[in-house]
Ligand binder design. Structure first.
Ligand code: GLC
Ligand code: CA
Length: 558
């Protein structure tokens, strides 16, 4: 099978099915809801969809805890609906990327139900078990912590042993050292590819290989054990085998979620010779306004640019990155990276799109980003549904209850539920998401921010995304060109040049909500400069430069 590497020239749209569109009034998005919006995706112009998990699941972590990898969650529909959905996508030239969650299963998966019964159960070794420590064996086997807080071990009475869970206790980690587990994963991947899916987003894939002997992790305030399971050297042989035995037989793509990824690792995973993953999601740019992706710190443009440039240069001709500002785990990018935008919401949103998507890598839009959806105005901690908030609160209540107010402040801004409020389709009740009661409240700003209005307004963020996507697809300068940043130190302007076979794009973005002066660096010489993308409605010459608030433009230089 010839692999066309189509992901290098794709524009991918992420759907979080629970919050996208509800077709039957139970307040929960579903596959038939997605089917009803395929024309919308086609109109936007995206060429692939990454669908967050839609498999059978008790929904401890909204589908990231799978109890049957080969079937669809009841709330979302049936396998027949799935088939109709894929067919509808393919008919419109849209590919489908499924979420592959194989670091862990649900504790309600048959394998785990069996495994917990006895030490000699044939499925026992599908998971990671260990005896407790301390006098009566009542202490967890090591000090690793769940990524959501608290110990990563849960005691299991039946066999007097603990099992490992790097996320919630309803998400036991699979034991990848067991060849049977690896074979099961190969079979699952093959099953969906044969059914017509075009690739996988591999959930926390960098965690799958664990250090022998499960040693204690070095001290860390929250996340302990990382150095023993994140990017462990043995992972590369697992991924290579998956690639050789299954993936390479299809013209598909993979993108690996890589918390703690750096340039060096990203290259190992994605270099074409290594034959492991095709692309990765890196996280460093998400730390430009946080510490450890959690604790707020003031956003600094120069920090963001430094990370961008590091990956643009570092992965060039060596690997392949993804471009994203949002997903179901992140707060909305407005106002995250632009500050108080006042009356310039549209300009700010469009500017962020230019800044991000003119770079090299595979671009992703998260549902609602294309209309500039924003965080929800939370009023109290009880409003959050995300299991992560519950875990964090469990720890806080135990060790520092006085921090509750601060945690609320952090969560208001950081909680994953910010991205999970229902998609805002129109200004009718529940924003047209459901005729019932939505599982998570609709953002009250849906009267102003919704798809129907955005489609009518030629100047909307939606129409700008449409234009940008069409401009990007097939554009060799953006897909293959070199990257050169100018004014690296500036905290106002992001300016870079892309260049390919004598053609150049000059990208200029003002990240400030006020006018900022700009002078083209003297070394940039050209015969003609054509304005090809602009978020203000007037003509621009490259020479006269007082940038308006959040102004963004792209010139084609010859
Ligand atoms: C990934 C998912 C996140 C989930 C976690 C555990 O980070 O994106 O939503 O909670 O893995 O599966
Ligand atoms: Ca529904």
């Amino acid at each position: 099978m010839k692999r066309t590497r189509w992901y290098k020239d794709a524009f991918i749209y992420q759907i979080y099915p629970r919050s996208f569109c509800d077709s039957n009034g139970d307040g929960i998005g579903d596959l038939r809801g997605i089917i009803s919006k395929l024309d919308y995706l086609k109109e936007l112009g995206v060429t692939a969809v990454w669908l967050s998990p839609c498999y059978k699941s008790p929904n401890d972590d909204n589908g990231y805890d799978i109890s049957d990898y080969r079937d669809i969650m009841d709330e979302f529909g049936t396998l027949e609906d799935w088939e109709e959905m894929v067919e509808g996508m393919h008919k419109r030239g849209i590919k489908l990327i499924m979420d592959l969650v194989v670091n862990h299963t649900s504790d309600e998966h048959y394998w785990f139900q069996e495994a917990r019964k006895s030490k000699d159960n044939p499925y026992r070794d599908y998971y990671i078990w260990s005896k407790g420590k301390g006098k009566n064996g009542k202490k967890p086997p090591n000090n690793w912590t769940s990524r959501f807080g608290g110990s990563a071990w849960e005691y299991c009475e039946e066999t007097d042993e603990y099992y490992l869970h790097l996320f919630t206790k309803k998400q036991p980690d699979l034991n990848w050292k067991n060849p049977k587990v690896r074979q099961e994963v190969h079979d699952i991947v093959k099953y969906w590819l044969d059914k017509g899916c075009d690739g996988f987003r591999c959930d926390v894939i960098t965690y799958i290989a664990k250090e022998d002997g499960l040693p204690d992790g070095r001290w860390n305030i929250a996340l302990r054990g990382d150095e023993h399971f994140n990017n462990h050297p043995t992972i590369h042989s697992y991924l290579h085998a998956l690639n050789k035995e299954v993936l390479s037989n299809y013209d598909c793509m993979t993108v690996g979620e890589g918390p703690g990824m750096n340039v060096e690792n990203a290259i190992k995973y994605t270099s074409e010779e290594n034959e492991e993953l095709d692309t990765v999601f890196t996280f460093e740019h998400m730390n430009t306004d946080t510490y450890f992706q959690l604790i707020p710190r003031k956003f600094k443009l120069s920090r963001l640019k430094k990370v961008f440039a590091k990956y643009q240069h570092g992965l060039r001709n060596k690997g392949w990155n993804s471009l994203y500002f949002e997903n179901h785990d992140q707060p909305r990018c407005l106002p995250r990276f632009v500050g108080d935008y006042g009356p310039y919401r549209k300009q700010a949103a469009k500017m962020l799109a230019v800044a991000l998507y003119m770079q090299q890598g595979t671009p992703y839009i998260y549902q609602g980003q294309e209309i500039g959806m924003t965080n929800y105005p939370w009023k109290s901690l009880d409003e959050f549904q995300d299991v992560m908030v519950k875990y964090v609160m469990g720890v806080i209540n135990k060790i520092a209850p006085f921090l509750k107010g601060y945690v609320f402040k952090v969560m208001k801004w950081r909680a994953r539920d910010n991205a999970r409020t229902p998609m805002q389709w129109n200004d009718e009740e529940n924003a047209g998401f459901t005729t019932g009661k939505p599982w998570l409240p609709v953002n009250p700003n849906y009267k102003e921010i919704n798809v129907a209005d955005a489609m009518k307004d030629e100047d909307s963020i939606f129409h700008f995304y449409k234009k940008l996507i069409r401009f990007r697809l097939g554009n060799k300068i953006i897909i293959h060109g070199t990257f050169r940043q100018m004014y690296e130190k500036s905290n106002d302007i992001y300016c870079y040049e892309r260049s390919y076979e004598g053609q150049r794009l000059m990208v200029i973005c003002n990240f400030k909500n006020k006018e900022v002066g700009f002078k083209l660096p003297a070394e940039v010489v050209y015969d003609s400069a054509e304005l090809v993308l602009h978020n203000y409605d007037y003509d621009r010459k490259l020479e006269d430069m007082k940038l308006r608030p959040y102004e963004a433009m792209v010139f084609l230089l010859k």
